[in-house]
Design a protein around this ligand. Sequence first.
Ligand code: SF4
Length: 530
Amino acid sequence: MRTVYLETFGCQMNELDSELVRGHLESLGYRFTEDPAAASILLYNTCSVRELAENKAYSRLGLAGVRKKKGEELLVGVLGCMAERDGVDMLRRHPQVDLLCGPGELDKLPNLIDNATRTAAISGFNRGEVDGRVALAGNTSRRSAALSASEDDLESLDLARAFDPEQSAGKARSAYVRITRGCNKFCTYCVVPYTRGAEVHRPPDGIIEECRRLAEAGVLEVTLLGQTVNHYRYTHGIAVTVDGVERPQVGPGLKAFRNEVIDDPATTTFARLLSRIHDEVPELARIRFLTSYPRDFGDDVLDAMATRPRICRYLHLPVQSGSNRILKLMNRGYTVEEYLDFVDRVLEKLPDACIAGDLIVGFPTETDEDFEETRTLMQRVPFKNNFIFKYSPRPGTVAIDRFPDDVPDEVKRARNNDLLALQAEVGARVHASWVGRETEVLVERITERSSAPAVSAADGRIRLGSGLSVSPGPNAATPTRPVQVSGRTPGDLITVFDAPDRSTAESLIGSIVRVRIEGSGPLLLRGVSV
Ligand code: SF4
């Protein structure tokens, strides 16, 4: 039996891809290990959006190369965005790589592994030439035709998933469900439209079926995934069907979106999809979605969120910059005013909604004035958190060819630190506004931080958590210590509270606990269970 080590870099989409790859390979008899030294197949599911993730993947490939040079019979595969972007170049520069598989070809991975194994058996595991490996590369073309979308075998990979809550991160009963793949936006700094191809939308019945199966397997929370998740739209009248079952469909052009509400019953919009999942899979306690594109967000989605309590009031709304000039260079397709208008609409319809953002500092030509505008925007929007990145030119993007990377690194670093400090202030205000309220927390894990001592030095009483305490009797055994657990509210606010002891804490993981919030910081809430 062959043992696989699979490491994932990058976004939630990659995490989901890895989960599906793992399930597929396990169903074919492959075994998985957490220890790369114990594996004969090393797979790296890569990300080319951030330089850091890419460098980590290269360093893993370097280590694999050393092992191969020492004579180990290892098969090394690069999956995901780097495989799609670099193609043959990757094989040339890294002779230790045996196979490449882009994100659109993951259903074919078992065949690629099979072919690579046969090739290695004939020509050895440590050969240097590219020939013989090129044929193992995935499809690097952008999927554009309706037919190629309808023939998309990735749909079967999504549908065939075998979710095991015991294997999921933190054993929390949470799972990702992909609803769209690819992106049509072409932001100038981003490689995703080239590596993941055009937007393809899964048929709603398949998505709902997947949610239902996950709920039956014990999942409480699903996160619907798409690069621009609110672009989800499936038009039934024109759908290609196979044996009466609808197939994935290429999305309409960008002009079809904007904020209009569609009444046509033959179209499943994002709002309708959310409502259907909510109404047809009542076992799901939470329905989330990631990542929203700030422009094309109709009020119908906000209304669905306002009227269906199990759709979480959380929006990840990357703004990227507070300067209209920079937004234009980024080709983001909206202005600061449009972004703020949307935030106002959200907070009007969903006053307790939580908003997270993404920001890039040091985009080419960003001046002090542009940066100041970003600071102003940050002070205006109640961001619970912001993912802040220093711009770095990424191979395969428009920006790397069009704009010189002219903001010095020390300026980028200073702006990055400045925004982190500002976000800490904004985040502290957002979190403080929850103190005194009660909310529900889906418990994910036991924290590493040690909890307060069980016996208070001040009064000698044993703290039981939840505000309760008792006096130790004369023959009292050594008291157990409270154990801190961490989870998330429906608005995705990280919340910690104490369980009376370790076994209670362990039993809480994966359950929803009502918590009263008693304190807060820039990044989290502290509470007691009620
Ligand atoms: S919306 Fe822009 S940043 Fe997001 S995946 Fe598409 S091109 Fe990349």
